[in-house]
Write a protein that binds this ligand. Structure first.
Ligand code: MG
Length: 394
């Protein structure tokens, strides 16, 4: 064991504190003498570049359809160890490739002595400006990956989670014509739970569900993406969906219609989950009662540091928790998967929806169960050649 490695482990025990360093790590520390170490970690080097993600199928939600989407890949290097992060910017949020790159150019990590100053670093990054959550998340993810690698532990273990408790991820069926919906559903035939996008009119929404049901009797989660205009109609749809084997409904109406959503939730036979109504930690308290639970997405909440706090606050408020994603590579999906043993549902199929995934990370079993590894950090490795991941599991 090198002197530098001993130094890293000594530093991390102080930086992270006993509360978040599990027994496994304590044992590693005890095994290795640290007296006399004097090496210091070098400065952190930040680099980033755009990366165009190509979609397997044109993807439709209420209001927009797309065939590709731009992301930004981020690296933070320190003493030869590289942490990877990613920003993904769906069109319905306010970030673009240009805004993410402009934000990242403003980030100066050289002012910090060590990646283990995570809380100071991420507080500084969050304070650079008000918005830019995905850009902030890309730094947060790269830093978590780097620190986990320096410690030699994955984040699920640092948080004290049990990797056997990961849920099965949903596989998303976007809005499309019946033949395409049936084709996509057949493609996902082994997944234990499907997620179906609704939010148009009664005829189209029922046709979507009936197309899925024509080829699958698996449980369905529904995402209305704020699409329903009227609370009485929305409740009628929720009751009909309950009869169709739906397990929850996400964001039935516009985020501004909180009173109407609370009215639906009070009467609904199904949990009503918040997505667009929710961004960050400070939003959760006011949503209690209006929704049954929250959908945490790293790109909206600035990354894993805040996501972990959100998960714990929601639990303390007796709310259900799911972890969701954008269309993104196995880098960001593996980051979100680190939290997944602690959630009720996972919607982490963003890497399965693209044909050029450039990371190896969390695996998906044929039934959709997320398979976390013991690899440190986010549990990822960069691939030389991008792959079409869904081809590898079905
Ligand atoms: Mg949603």
């Amino acid at each position: 064991m090198s002197t530098r490695r001993n130094f890293i482990r000594t530093v991390c025990s102080g930086a992270l504190g006993a509360s978040c360093v599990g027994m496994n790590h304590a044992r590693i520390l005890a095994d290795e003498p640290t007296a006399g170490t004097s090496n210091k970690l070098g400065k952190m080097n930040l680099s980033f570049k755009p990366y165009l993600l190509t979609l397997r199928h044109a993807f439709g939600v209420a209001g927009v359809t797309r065939t590709e989407t731009m992301g930004v890949q981020v690296e933070i290097e320190c003493d030869g160890v590289v942490g990877y992060g990613e920003a993904s910017m769906p069109p319905y949020l306010s970030e673009s490739t240009e805004s993410v790159l402009a934000f990242l150019k403003r980030v100066n990590l050289e002012q910090f002595n060590s990646p283990f100053e995570m809380d100071d670093i991420l507080t500084y990054v969050d304070g650079i400006c008000d918005n830019n959550a995905a850009a902030k998340a890309s730094i947060d993810l790269a830093l978590h990956d780097l620190v986990g690698k320096l410690i030699g532990q994955p984040w699920w273990r640092i948080w004290g989670l049990n990797k056997e408790k990961t849920p099965t991820t949903m596989y998303t069926i976007g809005i499309d014509v019946p033949e395409k919906v049936m084709e996509k559903t057949r493609e996902a035939k082994n997944f234990e739970i499907l997620k179906v996008k609704l939010g148009r009119d009664k005829k189209s929404d029922r046709e979507m569900i009936e197309s899925v049901r024509a080829v699958s009797d698996r449980p369905i989660a529904v995402d209305a993406n704020q699409g329903w205009k009227d609370k009485i109609y929305a409740l009628e749809m929720v009751e009909w969906l309950h009869e169709q084997g739906v397990v929850f409904v996400e964001q039935p109406m516009k985020k501004t219609k909180l009173d109407d959503i609370a009215w639906i939730t009070e009467r609904s036979p199904l949990p009503i989950m918040a997505d667009e109504s929710l961004q960050r930690l400070t939003d959760i308290q006011r949503l209690r009662g209006a929704f049954s639970g929250i959908n945490i997405k790293l790109m909206k909440c600035t990354g894993l540091r805040e996501a972990w706090k959100m998960l714990n606050l929601a639990r303390a408020l007796d709310m259900k928790v799911m972890v969701g994603c954008m269309t993104e590579t196995s880098c960001a999906i593996s980051a979100a998967a680190q939290l997944s043993p602690a959630v009720d549902w996972a919607d982490l199929d963003g890497n399965l929806l693209i044909s050029n995934d450039c990371f190896e990370g969390v695996k998906t079993a044929p039934n959709g169960k997320l398979l976390l590894s013991d690899k440190p950090g986010l549990g990822i490795e960069k691939l030389d050649k991008p792959i079409n991941r869904l081809d590898t599991i079905i």
